[in-house]
Write a protein that binds this ligand. Sequence first.
Ligand SMILES: [Zn+2]
Length: 295
Amino acid sequence: MRRRANVLSGLSIDRAAGLRTNPERLAEAWCRAETRVLPVWRSKHFVVSEELSRVAFVGPERFPGFEEAILLGEGDGAVYFAMDVSHVEQPLAELGLDELHTVLGLREVASLLPQAEGALLAYANGMSSWHQRHRFCSVCGCETVSAQAGHVRECTACGEIHFPRTDPAVIMLVTRDDECLLGRQAAWPEKVHSTLAGFVEPGESLEEAVAREVYEEAGIKVEDVQYHSSQPWPFPGSLMLGFTAVATTRDIVLQTEELEAARWFRADELREQEVVKLPSEISIARRLIEDWLEG
Ligand SMILES: [Zn+2]
C-alpha cells in the first residue's frame, strides 16, 4: 500500500450494496430529511462558488421520484444518491441553487476538494456516464432501464442484465539509469509531457499490457514491471493502473501517431519545469513522476 490515496479515490461512505435490492428501505431513505442528492449535469458538478471546495447537495424533494436515482451509499447518518439532471437547460435555477453556487467539471474541482468529496464525485460521475452510454442492450439492441438503485440496467426485451463497466488502462513510468521516459500528445498544452498509457486488451496480463504499450508507442523494451497504485478516471469510465518499469533499450522510435514526441528526462529537468511541464496535479501520472523524483 502506498502512503496516500490518489485523487478521486478514498470514498468515506459505505457503498451499502445491500440497500440496492431493498426497495422498501430505499423508498424510506428517499423521504428522509437527511438524504443528500448529488446532481450531475452533463458530467459536471455543483460546488459552492466562494471556496470551490465544498460540494453542493440538494434534497430529494426537488425530484419527482427516485426511479432514476443512483444510490451512492450511506454515512454520517445520511443516505447519498446521485441524480443525472442533464436534460434541464438551467440547472442552478431548476435545483434551487442560488448565485453562490457554480457548476464545474470534475477535473477542475478535483484538486480543490477534500479527498473523500473528490472520490464521491468521481463515483457519481462514472455511474452517471455509464447510464448515459448504456441506454440500449448490447445483446439485442432494445431499450434498457435502470434497476437495483441504478447499479444495473435491465433489457426490456431479452432481460439481459448489464453491470456498470470499468475499462482498465495501464499507465507507467519507465526509467533507465537516472532518466525517465515521458511523451506528449499534440493536443496537450505547450511543454507538457506525461507517462505513457494505454488500454488493456483482451487476453493480456497487466504486465504484458505495460510492455506492449511502451513498445508500441516508443519502441522501448522494458522489464521489472511493478505495480504502484490505481486511480478511478471517469472520463468516461477508466480505472488507471499505475506501474513502474525499467527500460532495457534506449533508442526511442515513435511507433504510432498517438504521441507527437517522447524523450528521456533527467530529474533536474522535471524539477525545474522549464523545458518540460508536468501533467495535472490530480493525475496518477503526476504522482508516478513525483514519487520517482522523491525516490
Ligand atoms: Zn436485450
